[in-house]
Design a protein around this ligand. Structure first.
Ligand SMILES: [Fe+2]
Ligand SMILES: [Fe+2]
Length: 328
């Protein structure tokens, strides 16, 4: 806390008191709720993180959504449908969590469309084969679980609570992906090759979902001090690698990293360094599908304008009716 206000005015005394209450709540591992005072930096960090998370859920519907009409069986189609629909739901819970911080969904969507807010780099990669649906479930939803399970204990109440249900659903997503791959691996040689090809294309991009390495992640320390984030990028990445290696062995695929091996001393797997310059390129807009994803998102937003207008007109009518009834 700042000691710069030597001649403290009553106002700054009040702010100091609020700050120390906030710090004490965080130190006791209790939750910050929307009614509580919070530092502006904490609020801004949460808005940025929750919005980025919400945008990722919504844009993340696209790469797999492309396969709904082409799923190979009714069973796969209904699973994929349910999964993609879950992601829409995740986006909605998260926009609602962000709204408790005093910013509405329309504004956040506007920021995304104007390129002022980001979404996860992983959704800028293409899905040329049906095996991609399986590998996204296994890797991408698996990485999401590693990232999000600790967020169930995040210091901001509405975010932490949204995350509980999201994580349960992500775990179904991961399993459906892995089960799809197990089925394909029991199929023809071509099917096994499709799985291996998809694994080769998604592995490094999935490792990069955890963000830049710790020594190049300037905002992480503050997020951890505020207990928004509970583990560093590299810790979570390690957790994902350790979880995935035995699953790959059981599936019968090779993870495309010659440096990958068990390190007895560390009790973890060693692994190679992802190409973080690619991550920077994709985040700054220059990935294989960035333009396509944003164009689709923009079109969906414009095509949905009539739904938003109809919903507001309906809400206004309901409110007018309620007022008239109250006055009668
Ligand atoms: Fe999700
Ligand atoms: Fe998911």
């Amino acid at each position: 806390m700042s000691t710069a206000h030597a001649a403290a005015s009553p106002d700054s005394d009040a702010v100091q008191e609020l700050e120390s209450q906030f710090d004490a709540t965080i130190a006791r591992d209790q939750r910050i709720e929307p009614r509580d005072w919070m530092p502006e930096g904490y609020r801004k960090t949460l808005v940025r993180q929750i919005a980025q998370h919400a945008h990722s859920e919504i844009i993340g519907m696209q790469p797999e959504g492309e396969w709904i009409t082409r799923a190979p069986s009714l069973r796969r189609k209904s699973i994929l449908f349910a999964k993609v629909q879950d992601e829409a739901g995740h986006g909605l819970y998260l926009y609602s969590a962000a709204e408790t911080l005093g910013i509405d969904r329309a504004e956040l969507t506007q920021r995304l469309l104007e390129g002022r807010q980001k979404y996860s780099s992983i959704f800028n990669y293409p899905t040329p084969s049906f095996a991609d649906v399986g590998v996204i479930g296994w890797f991408v939803d698996g990485a999401a679980i590693c990232n999000q399970v600790p967020l169930c204990r995040s210091s901001y109440g509405p975010y932490a609570r949204a995350m509980v249900r999201i994580c349960k659903e992500e775990s179904f997503h991961q399993r459906q992906g892995y089960e799809l791959l197990l089925t394909m691996m029991r199929g023809t040689r071509e099917q096994r090759e499709m799985v291996q090809d998809a694994v080769d294309r998604w592995w490094w991009a999935s490792l990069m979902m955890f963000g830049p390495p710790d020594d190049d992640s300037p905002n992480s320390a503050q997020s951890m001090a505020w207990k928004i984030k509970r583990h560093s990028n590299d810790e979570l990445r390690q957790r994902f690698v350790d979880m995935t290696v035995p699953q790959a062995a059981k599936l019968g695929v090779t993870l495309p990293d010659p440096e990958l091996r068990w390190n007895e001393e560390r009790g973890h797997h060693d692994y190679g360094t992802p190409d973080y310059s690619e991550l920077k390129r994709v985040i700054s807009g220059d990935g294989p599908c960035n333009a396509e994803r944003m164009e689709r998102r923009r079109a969906a937003h414009e095509e949905g304008a009539w739904v938003r207008e109809a919903a507001s007109a309906h809400a206004a009518k309901q409110a007018a009716r309620a007022r008239a009834e109250a006055a009668a």
